[in-house]
Write a protein that binds this ligand. Sequence first.
Ligand SMILES: Nc1ncnc2c1ncn2[C@@H]1O[C@H](COP(=O)(O)OP(=O)(O)OP(=O)(O)O)[C@@H](O)[C@H]1O
Length: 581
Amino acid sequence: MIKIGRKYLQLGPVLFAMFFLLVQVVADLSLPTLTAKIINEGIAKENLPYIWQMGGIMLAIAITGWLGAILNVYFASSQSQRLGMRLRQALFNKVSYMDTDNVAKFGNATLITRTTNDVTQLQNVFQTALRMMMMSPLLFIGAFIMAWRLDGRLTLVFAIALPILAVVTLINMRISIPRFKVMQEKVDRINLLFQQGLTGVRVIRAFNRDDYEITKFDDANRDLTHNAQVVFTTVAMLLPIMTVILSFTNIGIVWFGAKLIGAQMMPVGNLVAFLTYATQILMSFMQLSMVMVMIPRAQASAGRVSEILNTTDQITDPAVAEELTTAEVSLDFNNVTYQFAEAKRPALDSINLHVTSGQTLAIIGGTGAGKSTLINLIPRLIDPTIGSVILNGTNVKQLRQAEVHDLVAITQQSAVLFSGTVRSNMLFGRPEATDQMIWDALTIAQAADFVREQGGLDMNVEQDGVNFSGGQRQRIAIARTLIKDAAVYIFDDSFSALDFKTDALLRQSIKQESRLKSAIKVIVAQRVATVMDADQILILEHGMVVGLGSHRELMKDNQAYRTIMQSQLSEADLEEVGLNA
Ligand SMILES: Nc1ncnc2c1ncn2[C@@H]1O[C@H](COP(=O)(O)OP(=O)(O)OP(=O)(O)O)[C@@H](O)[C@H]1O
C-alpha cells in the first residue's frame, strides 16, 4: 500500500494536507485551554475586557482551525481521487496489453472488481490516511499533554478508561479484520455469477436452469451480506461502547474534579477544559482504531491491484527490435510446437509451412485439432514452445508487437463488435478510412446490402452487436478485417455463420480485390467447400499435419482429405470431383 501511495500521490499536495491538518489540530487543542482561561480569569473575576479580548482570540483561532480543516479535506480528497484515477488507468493499460493467457488466468470478473471496487477501497483509505490517520494520533497525544498540563492528577482517570477501551477495540478488530479481508473475494464471486448469468442467459433458459443459477447467486449474495452485516455491526458497536466509557470517564473526572475544586486545588475553568480534552483523547483513540480496521482491507486490495500491475507477460517487445528489411510478403512456420501450460500433450506438433505473397492457406480439421492455436501464433498472441514463426522474413519475436499487429488482420471465431455505429466499428480497422473505403470493404464482405437497408454507416451497433444476426455480425467483422491494410488476413472459422452462397461470393470478392492481391489469406474452416480453391490446404489432426497441398494434390493421395470430402459432399458433388460415395 505504501508503494502505491509513493507512486501515485504527489508530495507537494500531501505536505499541504499535512500542514493544514496540523493547523486544525493546534487550533482544536488550544481552544479548551483558552476556555479555561476565560472562565478562570474573566468570568470568575468579572473581568469583561479580558472576556472580550480572549473571546476575540478564540474566534480567530476557531476560524483558522476551520480553514485548516477545509483545506486539509480539499488536498486529501483531490489526492485520493487522483490516486484512484491514475490507478484505474494503470490497470486498464496493463490489462489492455496483457497476454491473453494471463487475462484468462485472472478471469474477467476479478479484473473488473479489482479495477473498480479495490481501487475505491484504496482511494478511501488514502483519503482517510491524509486526514484521520494523521489527525487521531496527533490529537490523542496533544490532548493528553494539554490535559496533563491542566491537572496531572486527573489524568489518572485515563489509566482506567484507556485499557478498557483498548481491550474492547482489540476484540472488535479481531472479529472484523479477517472478515474485511475476504469481502473483496466475495464481491468477486458475485460479479462472476452475475456476469455468467448475463452472458449465458439464453443457455440457462434453454436448459431450464434459471432456478439453479438464481439459488447459486442467492447463496453468494447472502454470504456477502452476512459477512458485511457481521463486520459493520461489530464496527458500529464501538460507538455506543465508546459513549458509555466516555460517560463514565466524565463522571469520574467531574467527581474528582469537584473534590479538587472544593479543596481549592483547581479552578473551575480547568475542569471544563479537562472534560473537552478527555473527549478528544477518547474520540481520537476510537477513530484511530476504526482506521486500523480499514488498513488490512485496503492492504488486501493493494495486494490484489499490485498482482495485476506486477504480472510479467511472456510476450514482450524485444530489447532491440529488428526492422523489416523487405516489403515482400511471406509466412513461414519452422518446426513449430505449442503446448499449453497445463496440457499433457502439445496442441500443435512440429508444424512446417511456407506461404508466399498472394497465396491462400486454408486450414481444415476437426474440433480441437489446433486450428485456432496455429493462427494465434501469427499475430504473436502466443509464442511457440519450440520453433519459430517468420513473417516477411523476420522472426515475429524480433519485431515490435505493434508492428506485427499492423501486419496482420484477423477475424476471430466469434465476431466481436463494439457499441457505437457501423462506421465506428469499421474505423477500428482503419482509422483514416473514408466512407467510400468502408463501403468497398462492406461490399467485399457481402455486408453492404443489409447495412444500407438497415440505416447505413450511422446505424447503431449495440454492445456485442446484439442488434445483428450472427451472420451479419460475422460479415461486419470480416469487413473490418478487410479494410485494414495488412500483409496477412486471417479468418478463424469466420465463414461458418454464412450460408454457402454468401461464403462463395465472399471468397470470390476477396480473390478479385486488387488491394488484397499480394496479401496472404489464411482461412480456417470446417467446410470443404470453403477450402477447396485455396492454394494450400493444411489438414490438422490432434495438432499434427496429416496433409498439406492443393485440392488436386490432396485428392490424389491423401486419405484424410478424401474422408473429409466423402463425409461432407453430396453424391453429385463427389462425382464432380472424381470421388464415388
Ligand atoms: N487455454 C488453453 N489451455 C489448455 N488447453 C487448451 C487451451 N485452449 C485450447 N486448448 C486445447 O488445445 C487444443 C487445440 O485447441 P484449438 O482451439 O486450437 O482447436 P481448434 O482446432 O481451433 O478447435 P475448434 O474448431 O473447436 O475451434 C484443444 O485440444 C484444446 O483443448
